[in-house]
Design a protein around this ligand. Structure first.
Ligand code: FES
Length: 252
């Protein structure tokens, strides 16, 4: 197969970016999107040209690092991360537009690579538990109703890829934050920080310059982990609970 790439090149956040036209030739149909970029990069390296900068780690849809926008869709078409997009999904000879996430809070590092450390800072502000839960046998002695365990598990599927913020017209990361708040807030181990967790994480969202949720549901539509938008409702409830608790002096 062969493809015509319209790919965003940018040296750094300070420099001006531009689309460049690249031919991707002799691409096996079973290639993933990232393997197609590898083939293009191998040619560039052999020709003495600078390769395209993009991020990846697991290439199994688990780590969330392969952030890019393919034909206008964060993490590409279909369900799954960009590393799970396969070239047989495109038509032979098709023009494919590839660009980085367009989110102010994710500054462009180079080409398709953006700095998503704002998500790390949001997690550091509340997305953790401080309880020692013991080993696995101890943890499994805490009985949790199946519907609650299932809802916590669905939320825990979030891979923190940033597609929710990239798809949102407000660049809102509330699907990501809601997933963490729901996952921890439903489980017994997460109760210790429950009153402060959402309050602190929402404050960090604002400090990092992300926008707020306006219920567009674009996040849910592109989420490669199928995290439901209902986690945002849970986040809102937990946030109000945290603010009220602080107002009445129930937490610092
Ligand atoms: S490289 Fe890990 S999710 Fe794509």
């Amino acid at each position: 197969m062969h493809f015509h790439l319209r790919l965003w090149k940018q040296d750094s956040i300070a420099s001006k970016g531009r689309f460049v036209e690249i031919d991707a030739q002799e691409i096996p149909s079973e290639c993933s999107f990232l393997e197609m970029l590898d083939i293009v990069n191998n040619r560039f390296i052999a020709e003495g040209q600078e390769p395209i900068a993009f991020e990846s780690d697991c290439r199994e849809g688990i780590c969330g690092t392969c952030s890019m926008v393919i034909n206008g869709v964060p993490q590409g078409p279909g369900r799954g991360a960009a590393c799970q997009v396969y070239m047989r999904k495109f038509q032979n000879g098709q023009t494919i537009t590839v660009e980085p996430y367009r989110v102010d809070a994710f500054p462009i590092v180079k080409d398709l690579v953006v700095n998503r450390s704002a998500y790390d800072r949001i997690i550091r502000s509340g997305g953790f538990i401080s309880e020692h839960t013991g080993g696995a046998p101890d943890a499994s002695t805490s009985l949790i109703p199946k519907p609650v365990a299932d809802a916590a598990m669905d939320a825990a599927a979030c891979i923190g890829c940033g597609a929710c913020a990239a798809a949102c017209p407000n660049s809102s990361p509330m699907l990501f934050v809601g997933a963490k708040v729901t996952h921890l807030g439903l489980l017994p181990q997460g109760q210790a920080e429950r009153k402060s967790r959402a309050r602190n994480m929402v404050r960090t969202i604002q400090e990092e310059g992300f926008g707020n949720c306006s219920n567009y549901y674009a996040c849910e539509a592109v989420c490669p982990a199928n995290v439901p938008a209902s986690v945002i409702a849970m986040l809102n409830r937990e946030y109000i609970r945290g603010e009220v608790s602080e107002a009445v002096g129930a937490i610092d």
